[in-house]
Ligand binder design. Sequence first.
Ligand code: HEM
Length: 505
Amino acid sequence: MEELPWCTQCAGLAFLGFSLCVVALGAVLLLARRWPWCSCHVCRSYLTGSWARDFTNLGDWYAHLLRESPTGTVTVHVLRCTVTANPANVEHMLRTRFDNYPKGKPFAAVLGDLLGGGIFNVDGDAWRHQRKMASLELGSVAVRSYAYGIVAGEVEARLLPVLADAADNARVLDLQDVFRRFAFDTICKISFGLDPGCLELDMPMSKLAAAFDAASRLSAMRGAASSPLVWKVKRLLNVGSERELRKSIRLVDELAAAMIRQRRKLGVAGSHDLLSRFMASEAHGAGAVDDKYLRDIVVSFLLAGRDTVASALTTIFMLLSKNPEVAAAMRAEDAARDNTTPTSRTTYEHLKSLHYTHAVLYENMRLFPPVQFDSKFCAAADVLPDGTYVSASERVMYHPYAMGRMPRIWGADYGKFRPERWLTGAGGTFAPESLYRYPVFQAGLRVCLGKELAVMEMKAVSVAVVRMFDVEVVGENGAGAAAPRFAPGLTASISGGLPVRVRRV
Ligand code: HEM
C-alpha cells in the first residue's frame, strides 16, 4: 500500500490529538459537575470525617448543625443534599407539594435490586395502586385481629420463654438480636402466614433472615456512597460488596418464590396473611397475579415491618434500664387497669387503655426513631417555606433523629426521656403531636401504613416483658453511658447489639 504524504500524516495525528483533548475535557467537565467539590466548613467536615471527633453518630452532628441553623435547615453541597428539621418544610414536602418531592430515580436505583417495584420503591400510579390495596388490607378488622393473634402468640410462646430461660440461668442476652428474631418471625407470619422459626436461640438465623439482613445492609451502603458511580461500577464488574449483594438478593428471591408457591398450594381462601389477601384482591381485580409483583410487595413489607419494630423495642429497653422509675410506672398502670395474672394473655382493649405506656413508646421514638432520616428528590426547582432554594433533582432530607433533638420543637429539656410530655389532663391522656413535627412514621400522603400494627406490637411486647422482668443493660450502653453508637443501615441498629441481664420481678 502506498504511504500517505507526511503532511496528511501530520494532519491525521493533529486531528487525533485534538479529538483526545476534546474527550478528556468533556470527562473533566462531567466529573467537575458530578464530583463533590466544596470547601465550606460543613462539606469539609463531611468529606474529611472530622465531625467524628466531636460526635458519636452522623445524626448527632446533623442535629447539632440544625440546632445552630436559624432556619433549622442546612445544605451539604458535596452531596447535593438539603437537610431539614423544620416542620414547615416537612409539611411542604410531604403534603403541600407532594408531587414535586417523589422518592425519585436515584433512590429507586439504590434499593431497586432488592425491592423491585414494591410500594417503598415506586412513585406515581404504581405506588397509588399498591397503597390503596395495602391500606384496605391493613385497615381491615380481619387482618388486624389476625395480626394481634400472631403477636400475642409469639410473645407468649416464644419471647417470654427465651427471657425466662436467660433469667433462670443468669445468662447475658443480646436483646437486639432477640427482638430482631422475634420481629422477623412475627412479620413473616403476618405477611406470608408461614413461620421461619428464628426465635430459637440455639438455631442459626433462618436463611431468609440472614440473606435479607445482608441485602438490606449492602443496599444501604450504596446510599451512603459519596457518588453513585462507585457502586454502579462495582455492580457492572460484579465485584466486592456488589457481588455479595447480588448473591443475597438471589437467595431472597428464591426463598420468596418458595413461599409464594407454598401459599398457592395451601390456597388463599379464609387466610388472613397479607400475601393471601393481596393474591385474593388482585385475582378479583385485574385478573392475572404476577409472582414477581407479589414478591416485590412482600419484600417491602418484610423491610417495613421487621427492623423498624425491632429497633424501637431495643431502644425502649435501653431507656427503661436507665430510667427504672418509668418501668415501675408502666407496671403500675398495667396492674391498675387489668386484673389478669402475670402470665395470662393481654387483650387488645387492655393495651389500648394504657396511655402512659403509649407515651413511653412515642417518647422513645422521639429520641431514637427507627428510621433516622428520609429523603426525597426535588423534581422542579423550588423554595422551601423557610426560604431555602432547592434546585431541580437535588435531594431533600428531613431528619426525625435531629427533629427529636430540637429545643424549638420540644423545649429546653429535649434531651430528657420524659414520657409525661405526651400526656394531658388529670387522667394523663395521650395527646399526639403533629406528624410534621414528629415524622417518625413519615407524614402526609405516604405516612406509614403499619403504624397501628407497629404500636400494637410494641405495646404488647413491652407490657408483657415489663410485667414479668427487670431488664438491665450491661456493657458500654449500660448505666451512665452516653448516646449509643448506631451501625450504618436503612434502619437504626445499635452497633455491637444490646447485651442485657434479665431478672424476674
Ligand atoms: C416502629 C415501627 C415503624 C416505623 C417507625 C415505621 C416508619 C415508616 C416510615 C418512616 C415510612 C416512610 C418510608 C419512606 O417512604 O421512605 C414507612 C412507610 C411504610 N410503612 Fe412503616 N414503620 C413501622 C412499622 C411498619 C410495619 C409493622 C408495617 C407493616 C406491616 C409498615 C408498613 C409500611 C408501609 C407499607 C410503608 C409504605 C407507605 C407508602 O410508601 O405509601 N411499617 N414506615
